[in-house]
Design a protein around this ligand. Structure first.
Ligand code: RUQ
Ligand code: CUA
Ligand code: CA
Length: 645
């Protein structure tokens, strides 16, 4: 299993010896998610990694991938940040970090979780403190028009607290966060790509959300010791209003989510069809499922009122369990058996096939979209008849990207490789052609890729330029910085027959998924609008202090290099709200606003308004100052808050 045994040219890796990983083997491997990597590390003791090898051979012209000073990248990477609870934006091919977008976390730079505006989005308790300070972002996806990104919105999940956030594409800031009722372990999300209800609609109208952890429904203290009574919900959210439209109760569980290009289907891979509560129980069955949802039928059932509700939630719920959906002609759901504990389901750019990676089986299962629709018409005998290929591709397959030329690229966690395989060849082999070899190439990555994606690979415009391998272990690849290593996002050129490793980009812990978006599809604004806020202070002359009893409002502006008031005075015990509008109109002229000892710090971008509210409980003189370098007199940009005893 060492790197040397299977260089990128070795396609004959013997898979038969590990056709299905049994529980005993997996107990080893599960613990060895780590030690497999370490082993790989050890075996290459004279460390010649794949990229280095090709470099030594002088085969790769790295200059080709360089983004020189003053040049711009070709792609935006919208990347989740895992339990950092944020989103990161970086450029490709350079790997230049462009922005961190706070979402479910607090952020001292922006003042996310500090300003009244951000607190309102995150949600607060009656005492004004945040509902949650933690989150776990996994999957970022963009809004679609005509099967490709339109740059309007992005969405990301919070797995910990089952929240869905929307990012507005013009400012690249979070503008809405909602809770999914009765959901635990909200993992996969995917926007739809076209709405079949009205043929005139060709853009994202719904977001589909999976529930990974089964719990009692409602989770209010009932049935706690009876896991057989736990349930799973799949949720549909309206993209525009961010209201939860409906939920469907299903068997098994939902891991990742994909949607079809025609808007007819959504699907999710299920690794816990067993309903197990330990990992051994979750690995008991040889097959789990890829679950398909017939969206039009579900929405008809909701309309017809064939619904129930759960606990306090008013969201209509329909029944998608196996027992209630035996007749294909009326079924809302189809459970396609796939081997074992699958992870990752992705649809090909032509909309024809879903690839569901085996994880504990060295296979990917290819399911044909048209055949799923046929099954729902009662034209197929068995759910498995929708499967058109199941190639053996390597150990621990997780996520798949596509190049738009008929090839798939799947991350192999245990093999520490990316495998390139051809979908048509896989189908031919499944039909019985023994002469074809679906696997075309393999490349070692460093180490243990979780997620992987191609440029524009989740759209009809997949361009097959790059694959990014988000590796879970970086070990010896980057300067050591203590016990917590950075992750590597390795850049792979996929334009030719052979994959070429062209860069190791470091990324902070811990991205789970990314999309690689062509730069012309992102249209950001560089200046905000005074109309964004109902409280904008539109003229420096309007700066003032207003008092209503103990409530004091300070209206403030910033124009480099000064705030609109040189001082303001409040009394101890006052509840103070500061509203600050940045009246500068010049691009990139952002100011900061910090008050010492009051734990306040936030930024205002050009023409932006922000506010904070706090209790003036410490008498004294406090210089509030600009934290964002803005002007030759940036240091002088400070005024006094005087808190009288
Ligand atoms: S998925 S568990 Cu969200 Cu492969 Cu990272
Ligand atoms: Cu304004 Cu620094
Ligand atoms: Ca299972």
């Amino acid at each position: 299993m060492g790197i040397e045994e299977k260089g990128s040219t070795n396609l004959t890796t013997d898979l038969s010896r590990r056709k299905f990983l049994n529980t005993a083997a997996l107990v080893g491997l599960a613990g060895a998610g780590l030690s497999t990597g370490l082993a790989a590390c050890k075996k290459s003791e004279a460390p010649v990694a794949a990229g280095d090898k090709t470099a030594a051979a002088g085969a790769v012209d790295y200059n080709k991938y360089e983004v020189r000073p003053g040049q711009l990248d070709d792609y935006y990477v919208m990347s989740s940040g895992g339990h950092s609870a944020e989103i990161r934006i970086y450029g490709l091919p350079s790997g230049r970090i462009l922005k961190r977008v706070p979402v479910f976390n607090m952020d001292a730079l922006v003042g996310w979780g500090i300003t009244n505006e951000s607190k309102k989005i995150i949600g607060t308790k009656p005492d004004g403190s945040l509902n949650y300070h933690t989150g776990d972002t996994h999957h970022v996806h963009g809004s679609y028009t005509d099967g490709t990104y339109d740059g309007k919105n992005f969405w990301v999940n919070d797995k910990i607290h089952s929240r869905l956030a929307r990012i507005r594409g013009d400012y690249m800031e979070c503008d809405k966060i909602i809770d999914l009722p009765n959901v635990s372990g909200f993992h996969g999300i995917f926007p739809d790509k076209r709405d079949p209800v009205d043929e005139k609609i060709n853009h994202t109208t719904r977001i589909f959300c999976g529930m990974e952890f089964h719990t009692p429904l409602p989770n209010d203290g009932r049935d706690m010791n009876d896991p057989k009574k736990y349930g799973i919900l799949f949720t549909c959210v309206d993209a525009a209003s961010m209201e939860v439209k409906w939920q469907i109760k299903v068997d098994g569980n939902c891991d990742l989510v994909a949607t079809s290009y025609d808007g007819k289907l959504a699907c999710t891979n299920q690794y816990n069809t067993e309903g197990g509560v330990t990992y051994q129980e979750m690995m008991a069955a040889e097959r789990d499922a890829c679950l398909f949802f017939n969206i039009a039928r579900i929405e008809e059932a909701v309309k017809a009122g064939k619904t129930f509700t759960i606990g306090d939630s008013k969201v209509p719920v329909v029944d998608g369990t196996r027992d209630a959906n035996k007749d294909p002609k009326t079924a809302l759901t189809l459970y396609v058996p796939v081997p074992k504990n699958p992870h990752g389901v992705n649809i090909t750019p032509d909309g024809k096939y879903y690839a569901c990676a085996g994880k504990l089986s060295p296979t990917a299962t290819v399911i044909e979209h048209a055949l799923v629709l046929k099954w729902f018409n009662g034209e197929l005998a068995a759910p498995r008849d929708t499967v058109v290929a199941e190639p053996e591709i390597g150990l621990g397959p997780l996520h798949t990207g596509f190049d738009g030329r008929g090839n798939a690229y799947t991350t192999l966690f245990l093999d520490s490789q990316i495998v390139k395989w051809n979908i048509d060849k896989a189908i031919a082999k499944y039909k019985g052609d023994k002469t074809v070899q679906p696997v075309l190439d393999r490349i070692d990555v460093h180490y243990q890729p979780g997620h992987g994606f191609t440029t524009m690979g989740e759209t009809r415009e997949a361009d097959g330029k790059f694959f990014v391998s988000d590796n879970k272990f970086s070990k010896d690849r980057l300067l050591p910085v203590g016990p917590l290593h950075p992750e590597t996002a390795q850049l792979i050129d996929i334009t030719g027959d052979k994959m070429i490793l062209v860069a190791d980009h470091s990324v902070y812990s811990e991205p789970h998924d990314s999309i690689l978006v062509r730069r012309d599809l992102i249209k950001t604004k560089q200046i905000c609008s005074l109309d964004d806020s109902p409280y904008a202070v539109r003229d420096a002359k309007d700066c003032r202090v207003e008092r209503k009893g103990k409530n004091v409002t300070v209206y403030l502006t910033s124009i480099a290099p000064a705030f609109g008031l040189t001082e303001f005075t409040v009394k101890r015990g006052d509840e103070v709200t500061i509203i600050l509008t940045n009246l500068d109109k010049v691009e990139d002229l952002t100011h900061g606003f910090a008050i010492p000892k009051y734990d306040i710090n936030f930024i205002v971008n050009p023409q932006e308004t922000k506010s904070v509210t706090f209790k003036a409980d410490k008498p004294g003189v406090y210089w509030f100052y600009c934290t964002n370098f803005c002007h030759a007199l940036h240091l002088e940009m400070r005024s006094r808050m005087i808190v009288e005893k």
